[in-house]
Design a protein around this ligand. Structure first.
Ligand SMILES: [Zn+2]
Length: 296
């Protein structure tokens, strides 16, 4: 999913990274085949209060507001509404605009504290709640509320963010998130887009894509993009990495095998491409690898 950010109130980069992964997972879980976009504003309580008053006639601040653009028929959600989504196609983005979300950063922090979980987790929950609204869910009637709640839980559980902090990320989700990350690839020279999704031992997922450069040698692979994002946000233990491309099996290049070996010599490496899927351990991909153990 394409997220168009407006950030008025400073937040940790890890919030944004988790929100991107949660948004990708929301579309996958709902079964939306088409690329979609959402604008997200992160602001303070005064700003959200004003929007709530102006557009909803509610004179108070709140945690999240959602303004859908798609006109779903009653009882229909985005997964079954392709023809309604298509009407919101933005030519420039080449994606369907689902609408706008506004999140209050002070509410995220206060609610995280109240529920005893991380602000990232609270942020992801509020984002998923808002995205469900943009995908046609609501919680006015008891039945609808149950349906919406179940979808929220399904999305959050898929990325290991359930309410009780448990929930395993499946290989299927990791591979799908790698394919989503591939859409953000910058590969105008090779036309070989690659995406990666790296699963950390603490359950976090970091996505990455390959980033090319007119000075070809400066290109960075998807796997290393994901690794460097994870490491720069404090994760150093990894259990699996999924890598996606289109044309052929995207086994990691020599440089990426070496970088993976630095932190996770035994990591499972899953690859997916048009027409195939495979798995190997890094030990198999980099036998007799040179690593930290050799320089002690
Ligand atoms: Zn590489």
């Amino acid at each position: 999913m394409i997220l168009l950010w407006q950030i008025d109130t400073e937040v940790a980069p890890s919030w944004l990274s988790l929100m991107q992964t949660a948004a990708d997972c929301a579309l996958l879980t709902e079964g939306v085949k088409r690329e979609c976009a959402v604008s997200i504003r992160l602001c303070d309580d005064d700003a959200i209060h004003e929007i709530n008053r102006e557009y909803r006639d509610v004179d108070r601040a709140t945690d999240v507001l959602s303004f859908p653009t798609v006109n779903y028929p009653a009882g229909v959600t985005a997964g079954q509404a392709d023809k309604y989504l298509r009407r919101e196609l933005d030519d420039e983005l080449n994606a369907c605009m689902l609408g706008d979300l506004i999140l209050s950063v002070p509410h995220v922090l206060a609610q995280a504290e109240e529920y005893g979980h991380s602000p990232e987790r609270e942020c992801a929950y509020l984002l998923v709640h808002g995205l469900c609204h943009l995908m046609g869910y609501d919680h006015i009637e008891e039945d609808d509320k149950r349906r919406m709640r179940a979808m929220e839980e399904k999305i959050l559980a898929a990325i290991g963010q359930t309410r009780d902090g448990e929930g395993a990320v499946t290989d299927e989700t990791l591979l799908a998130l790698a394919r989503e990350a591939m859409k953000r690839s910058y590969s105008p020279y090779s036309n070989y887009p690659v995406g990666a999704a790296l699963l950390c031992a603490d359950g976090r997922i970091f996505q990455g894509c390959n980033i090319e450069n007119a000075s070809f040698g400066l290109t960075n692979c998807a796997e290393r993009t994901a690794m460097f994002k994870a490491i720069s946000e404090g994760a150093t233990e990894f259990t699996a990495i999924a890598i996606a491309s289109r044309q052929s099996a995207p086994w990691p290049c020599g440089a990426c095998r070496q970088v993976l070996n630095e932190f996770a010599p035994g990591i499972r490496v899953l690859v997916t491409w048009d027409g195939g899927q495979d798995e190997m351990s890094l030990n198999e991909l980099l036998p007799h690898g040179f690593g930290p153990k050799d320089v002690q």
